[in-house]
Design a protein around this ligand. Structure first.
Ligand code: PLP
Length: 400
């Protein structure tokens, strides 16, 4: 008799982030719209991008599609760990040229986006490993571990006192998830703060899983874009990145992870974890789409980076204008400098959901209640500036 996967069946009660989002946020907005059909709604909850693909990417996709449709240039299965040209471009054009960090392309694993990597990388580690997570946190770090059967977490509380950057854990932990620039709080960590985590990980033989999806939004000098800007991180950290937010690949799906050869843990030797991730991919993942990978190569070209920067600047301008308008109205805002998210404090003693309702009812603004990202997110709301400038202009003008 077949029985269900208990970890998965425990997640089927409508409690996952995605289900709550669809049921509660989308549901409440629909109810509001049905009652007030003439009221404008400004959907600033999604972390989805609004700007189209950069022109150089569109050309690369058309070229690749043409090749795929031609007998002489057709390609099928390719290297499961990524197109060699793309892996090289990530090493040279991103890590080496932008950040002065050296990797061999065999340390880069191309993925179908950061979502799967952020939930799956825990498969490299034993089920008895203890896991520390920022609270509030990006939900798939939690849900990936729950699905694997780990249900106890050490919480690293992020609050106004620590500027939403927690100190390393006090107790011994094995895996630490960090995300900077952070989703949802918009916080960034300094080199010194990240060094604290790297030193902790090295002295406790722990591993950091570092989500750097928003690294391209960093514009404040000296704020690290990669955990590998910290000395010693190649011995204790895995990094996740994505093409989603830099180049509007949320639908195309493309990202990467770095598993350095020098990352070793108990009972492993040089390169073994890297090899294990490759084996895992050969079982569970046969590579990202050829089409998306050609798009990724175009993104990393000099012209591609220029075009992507225009999109990033567009979103950063959105964020600055929104933050300014909210601050002028005495809202308490965090984040939104090196990141497209504003972490807005609820008014008075309101809960996240009460604040959500107030913004929806009075201004038509839809954000995500902070409590959906963990209990330390209670009393806050996340607004995304990845929307169009027209939405921002309308919200700003309604605020003033
Ligand atoms: N990690 C973080 C912190 C995110 O905010 C997101 C998307 O919003 C992802 C990962 C997933 O990105 P992708 O579209 O590459 O799967």
């Amino acid at each position: 008799m077949a029985t269900p996967n208990i970890a998965l069946s425990q997640l089927t009660t409508g409690s996952t982030y995605n289900e709550t989002f669809n049921r509660e946020i989308v549901g409440r907005v629909k109810t509001f719209q049905a009652s007030y059909p003439s009221k404008k709604i400004y959907m600033m909850a999604w972390g989805d991008t609004s700007q189209p693909l950069p022109p150089i990417v569109v050309r690369a996709l058309i070229d690749e599609a043409t090749k795929l449709g031609n007998f002489n240039t057709y390609t099928g299965y390719e290297d499961i760990n990524g197109n060699p040209e793309l892996r090289k471009a990530i090493c040279h054009k991103y890590y080496q040229q932008k950040l002065s960090i050296e990797f061999d392309s065999s340390e880069i694993f191309v993925s179908d986006g950061a979502q799967s990597s952020s939930a799956n990388l825990q498969e490299l580690f034993g089920l008895d490993n203890s896991v520390a997570l920022q609270n509030p946190t990006y939900p798939s770090f939690v849900e990936g571990n729950l699905l694997a059967g780990r249900s106890q977490f050490i919480e690293l509380h992020c609050d106004e006192q620590n500027n939403f950057v927690p100190p390393p854990p006090k107790q011994k932990v094995d895996l630490i998830y960090l995300c900077f620039p952070n989703n949802p709080t918009g916080a960034v960590a300094t080199k010194e703060q990240l060094k604290g985590f790297v030193d902790y990980a090295r002295s406790h033989q722990a591993v950091i899983i570092f989500d750097a999806v928003y690294s391209w939004f960093v514009n404040t000098p000296n704020i690290p874009r990669s955990i590998y800007e910290i000395e010693g991180a190649k011995e204790c950290a895995i990094e996740i990145n994505s093409f989603s937010k830099i180049s509007s690949f949320t639908g195309l799906r493309l990202g990467w992870s770095v598993v350095p050869h020098t990352l070793t843990i108990k009972n492993t030797t040089f390169g073994e974890l890297n090899q294990m991730w490759s084996i895992r991919n050969s079982i569970k993942f046969w590579g990202a789409s050829n089409l998306a990978q050609q798009g990724g190569i175009a993104v990393l070209s000099a012209q591609g980076q220029k075009e992507c920067q225009q999109n990033i600047d567009y979103y950063l301008t959105n964020t600055r204008l929104l933050r300014q308008a909210l601050s002028n109205q005495a809202f308490n805002c965090f984040g939104g400098t090196d990141n497209p998210y504003i972490w807005l404090k609820a008014l008075g003693t309101m809960t996240s959901w009460q604040f959500f309702e107030k913004l929806l009812q009075e201004m038509g603004i839809v954000g995500i209640p902070g409590c959906l990202f963990g209990k330390s997110g209670e009393g806050y709301l996340r607004l995304s500036s990845l929307v169009t400038k027209e939405v921002i202009q309308a919200v700003v003008s309604n605020l003033s």
